[in-house]
Design a protein around this ligand. Structure first.
Ligand code: ADP
Ligand code: MG
Length: 387
């Protein structure tokens, strides 16, 4: 498939695709959508930013709009609340003018509103496993009519300890349902899940999922901890566009955002200690451009897609090389170019080498832009740079 028009889709979905500017399918879409439309199970691995949401969203909507039985007929499971809300947004845009209604079930937000949307006749439920299990335990939701389930970011859901919830949810779905599973990697635990719950799937593997995308320039700066804020401010002055900055701890993220605000940079933060509405507002403000910088911890940022993040900064090093891939994948999405800058202290040099070796990448060594400017100034004025 090289063009969405080759697919057997309803006219509403076709025209929505055109309106949204989707013409050429991405590789994961080209390979996953046709078998999914035929009702086959699909197991797909692909890098972040390759368009997986549409790869499952489109077949679900086609299936749901062709059948008018009331009740929940498809479920999408996602590891985080933010991602669930983003999926809902993306699918709602695509579903405009169809008779398909979506609802979300995620923790940290009003249960009443969510249940109201479900009861009003939602057909597609997008949920985090924890909240959905809770609704099932209390018999507030019935999944016995569901014909399809999507496990998005399956590896991450397992990392987050959702296996028992996922098992319970899957046990309440009819065994004849269709299962679509998306994951960055199919390591052991995911392979087990596939073996147990997916039937004779079509396998789709796109590119290397353990390497950052090619269109991201990787830079590394050696900088001592007390100079990191300066360096970040220098980059913010030198470069244009939105910055997503990763901090190791919640506390560190708060402190950094405060520093930036004091330096006159509009910054927000997103991490596990903030309420869901604070997280939503931060993300919304960042998307709208009210804040130029979003400071995030790893868990909170996973799966977030914001168009046009020019720059990702690893203000603190990630815990594991795979977190590096996920962080860096927030920029350079959908074919755009991006820059990822990693700050490393002298004592972390070996960590940089480990990331480079494990991911088989090479980061370009760069100097502090402020330092370079003051050195040039010093040359031209004959003065020595300020310490
Ligand atoms: P993933 O889940 O693989 O990380 P997303 O589904 O979030 O990626 O998609 C990343 C971006 O690519 C989104 O902005 C989406 O609108 C865009 N996109 C997806 N499919 C296409 C397409 N076929 N053509 C153009 N842009 C696309
Ligand atoms: Mg995704």
């Amino acid at each position: 498939m090289t063009d969405f028009s080759q697919l057997n889709l309803s006219s509403v979905l076709r025209s929505n695709l055109t309106k949204l500017g989707f013409v050429t399918p991405t590789p994961v879409q080209a390979q996953a959508i046709p078998p999914a439309l035929e009702g086959r199970d699909v197991v797909a691995t692909a890098q972040t930013g390759t368009g997986k949401t549409l790869a499952f969203g489109l077949p679900l909507l086609q299936m749901l709009s062709a059948n008018k039985t009331p009740g929940i007929r498809a479920v999408v499971l996602s590891p985080t609340r933010e991602l669930a809300l983003q999926i809902d947004e993306a699918i709602a845009r695509l579903a405009a003018g169809t008779n398909v209604r979506t609802a979300v079930a995620v923790g940290g937000m009003s249960e009443t509103t969510q249940l109201h949307r479900i009861k009003r006749g939602a057909n597609l439920l997008i949920a985090t496993p924890g909240r959905l299990c809770d609704f099932l335990d209390r018999r507030l939701v019935n999944l016995s009519q569901a014909q399809a389930v999507v496990l998005d970011e399956a590896d991450r859901m397992l990392d987050m300890g959702f296996l028992p919830s996922i098992k319970e949810i899957l046990s309440q779905l009819p065994s004849t349902r269709q299962t679509l599973l998306f994951s960055a990697t199919i390591e052991k635990s995911v392979a087990k899940l596939v073996e147990t719950y997916v039937r004779n799937p079509v396998r789709v593997a796109i590119g290397s999922t353990t390497k950052p995308v090619d269109q991201v320039d990787l830079h590394v700066y050696e900088v001592e901890t007390d100079r990191k804020v300066d360096l970040l401010n220098g980059l913010l002055r030198q470069e244009q566009g939105a910055f997503l900055v990763f901090a190791r701890t919640r506390h560190g993220a708060d402190r950094l955002a405060r520093h930036l605000e004091r330096a006159g940079v509009k910054a927000e933060r997103i991490h596990g200690d903030r309420s869901q509405s604070q997280r939503n507002n931060a993300l919304l403000g960042f998307k709208k451009g009210t804040f130029r910088v979003l400071v995030a911890t790893d868990v909170a940022a996973r799966g977030i897609h914001v168009d046009g993040i020019a720059h990702v900064v690893n203000y603190d090093l990630p815990q594991a090389p795979e977190d590096f891939v996920h962080r860096v994948g927030r920029t350079g999405r959908a074919g755009a170019r991006g820059v990822a800058s990693t700050f490393s202290t002298r004592s972390e040099r070996h960590e940089i080498r480990r990331i480079e070796n494990e991911l088989k990448i090479r980061m370009v060594r760069r100097d502090h832009p402020g330092a370079a400017i003051s050195a040039v100034r010093a040359q031209s004025t004959g003065l020595s740079p300020r310490p």
